[in-house]
Ligand binder design. Sequence first.
Ligand SMILES: *Cc1c(COP(=O)(O)O)cnc(C)c1O
Length: 378
Amino acid sequence: MNFKRIYLSSPTMTGAEQEYIKEAFETNWVAPLGQNVNEFEKELAYYVGVPFAVALTSGTAAMHMAIKALGINRGDIVFCSSLTFAASCNPIIYEGGIPVFIDSEEDSWNMDPAALRKAFAKYPNVKAVIVVNLYGTPAKLDEIAAICREHGVPLIEDAAESLGATYRGRQTGTFGKFGVFSFNGNKIITTSGGGMLVSEDRAMIEKVRFWATQAREKELHYEHKEIGYNYRMSNIVAGIGRGQLKSLNDFIQRKKQIYNTYKDVFKDIDYVSMNPVPEDCKPNYWLSCITIKESCKVKPYDIIKALEKENIESRPVWKPMHLQPVYRECDFISMVDDPLGISGRIFSRGLCLPSDIKMTKEDMDRIIYIVKEMLEVG
Ligand SMILES: *Cc1c(COP(=O)(O)O)cnc(C)c1O
């Protein structure tokens, strides 16, 4: 028995990427910037339906630039979904801000609008809100955007995991002042590493482009009036992105099949539920997750171990930020009277199953067999 490793979500190259990279080499436009960067920005902006975009070295860089563009300064409070990856909120700290973490709702695992309202009541001077669309499932974006509008506070949408997902027919990443995308190696499309910041505000995107290019003033010599960053995407990386973007819709279809396959086989097991898909949205199904009832003897960790023994990668759900040692001093706003919050309970009961689009039917059968066998014992 020597099965090849099954991954949670690994890059899938289609060949189209090569064409753009080849062109970049042939025209010697490897770096800096170049046509692929310009076109990738346009193509992604067109896909999501936003007029302006700037391609950057990572999703984290895009989040950093969004926070800087909103003028977050030392001591400013920023609300952020607690159940997320640290890159959603670390850039708040880069700019000296103070995150306040907002709990999840059961419906979508994303920011609970009721908890957001509660947070506004406690911190009326908040400067920005960061909402995350976890695992490719949109948050209640209309409601969250409306609450932010009511308070006159800008919204940043962390759509790093949700490229191509829609909420009430509209693409994620387009509901706030800024949308953040990531093309890291594990995301639904990848450039090996990269990110994009999108907005309807041309001036803001131009400003970010300037900061991300070392804040070089338009002079022949190197003139600097502001502190800049080396955050621009390379022309080679953008070429990979252009090729990948062509397959995004196919990838989403495949991810959806994977989700539905799991959902179908687990529907008869009382102990297990899939990550929820609320009405009104079409996720991109980036990762398929399950939660296991507290009453089951088998814990997520046991299943992760059992899969790992068979050379199959799975992972716990993101550990909420309010439970992270580095953020222990930050406030956490929840609708439940439990320090874990809904998000902490999802973390303790949940795991992400392999969701790699290159999995075969046999691969999935093996995974399902192992998980079911574990659970039936429980
Ligand atoms: C991946 C990810 C990011 C960061 O993107 P990078 O390109 O890896 O810097 C931000 N937020 C969330 C929710 C992510 O999953």
